[in-house]
Design a protein around this ligand. Structure first.
Ligand SMILES: [Zn+2]
Length: 410
């Protein structure tokens, strides 16, 4: 049985401060988050966990005494738990198609954190979840890994086995209501949490800029910081929902099942809406030609992340193309981090649209500075022209959906 959560004792607080120092020394850009996190003692918890209000629950026996974790391991676990808070795994979990699998999301979120910690040389306890252990490529988002972990259909862990509600999984049974104050430090509101995330993202960006060529900031973390500092400008969920409805209406004879039998592992005897959208493929074409600048590409990347995170999008059906008009090719890529500007003059996004349609995309989103010819006649797929430029776009087809993105706005 676990005893109630309490404030840390003097010894435990001293041990925690040492861990925090070790963690801040190895990952200085996490400083703001390490100091914002509210530490409490959770006797009997058996691990460290976080809640969505930035409280860190630590079993005190792992901090002091004969059962204490080695300091370097404990500092690694501290960075891991804080990683869930920084990356907003709680908020992102809510965006998944519901009912979500809490266990699958915890594994996916752990993999997103741990490959960056390992890349940064942070020691972690043996056997931690990594993308490789899940059979995935590293450097992806938790939403990508979730496709794999959810399909694996592992049994759900019971509450208390995961990293807590701050990781977007089951709340640990020891978790306190947000308004309970254990030792005068209270907890963080959503707005406070967003501010800490921004501070950390700015510190990561400074570290990236200071480390040009030395590469000591993990790629996944750098990409995360870029996303936080330049969030997508388009409400992709609404745009895609409209486009998807249209594409489905066109697919003659296709029946859309909005209800299906829920997994037998959950809620026996109760029929829940499976909340599955129709099986729609989304093709994303990114202009990589010479007229696109780095700020344009960064803006495009933020929107790609927005498309991938839009609730209800089946990520295994998202196709991504780098469209290089100079060589008249559209190359299929598997991850946004593989997209680079290739330069060269002239842009023809019709090449990318054709490639996406060849791969049977139902909806095609084109991210371009707009300096391109567009198809003369309506495409078979639903076309979304996402034009990145300072003035309002003109010249896109009337039958397409046009959205406007301002580069360098964050
Ligand atoms: Zn975790």
């Amino acid at each position: 049985m676990s005893a109630p959560v309490r404030a840390l004792s003097t010894d435990e607080a001293a041990a925690f401060r040492l861990l925090r120092l070790l963690a801040a020394e190895s990952s200085p850009y996490f400083m703001a988050a390490l100091f914002a996190t509210v530490p409490v003692a959770a006797p009997g918890l058996g691990t460290f966990a976080v809640d969505a209000s930035w409280r860190l629950y630590m079993d005190p026996e792992l901090l002091v005494g004969p059962e204490a974790w080695p300091q370097t391991d404990a500092a690694g676990v501290l960075l891991h738990e804080v990683g869930h808070l920084i990356r907003d795994h709680a908020g992102r979990g809510e965006q998944l198609p519901q009912p979500m699998s809490h266990g699958a999301w915890n594994y996916a979120a752990d993999a997103e954190i741990n490959d960056d910690l390992i890349a940064a040389g942070i020691p972690l306890p043996a056997g931690v979840v990594t993308p490789e252990a899940l059979g995935c490529d590293p450097g992806q988002l938790a939403e990508d890994y979730y496709q794999t972990t959810q399909a694996a259909g592992w049994p759900e862990p019971s509450p208390g086995e995961g990293c807590g509600s701050g990781a977007g999984t089951w709340a640990s049974p020891v978790e306190l209501p947000a308004d309970v104050d254990v030792d005068g430090r209270g907890s963080l509101s959503d707005a406070d949490g967003d501010m800490v995330r921004r501070h950390v993202a700015e510190a990561v960006r400074e570290a990236v800029e200071g480390a040009k060529g030395r590469g000591n900031v993990p790629a996944g973390l750098a990409r995360w910081a870029a996303d936080v500092l330049a969030p997508p400008q388009i409400a992709w969920q609404a745009v895609l929902r409209g486009a998807v409805r249209h594409a489905v209406a066109l697919a003659a004879g296709q029946t859309v099942h909005t209800y299906s039998r829920p997994s037998r592992r959950r809620v026996p005897g109760v029929i829940l809406p499976a909340m599955r959208g129709p099986k729609v493929r989304v093709g994303i074409v990114v202009d990589t030609s010479g007229s696109m600048g780095q700020a344009d590409l960064d803006a495009a990347m933020a929107e790609v992340a927005g498309v991938l995170r839009a609730g209800g999008v089946d990520r295994s059906r998202v196709l991504l193309y780098a469209c290089d008009a100079a060589t008249s090719t559209a190359q299929r890529v598997t991850n946004i981090i593989h997209i680079e500007l290739v330069g060269g003059g002239g842009t023809d996004m019709r090449v990318g649209i054709a490639a996406a349609e060849h791969d049977r995309a139902d909806v095609v989103v084109v991210l371009t500075d707009g300096d391109t010819p567009w198809p003369d006649t309506p495409t078979r797929s639903r076309l979304v022209c996402a034009v990145i430029r300072h003035s309002k776009p003109t010249g896109t087809p009337e039958w397409a959906t046009t959205v406007h993105i301002t580069p360098g706005r964050s």
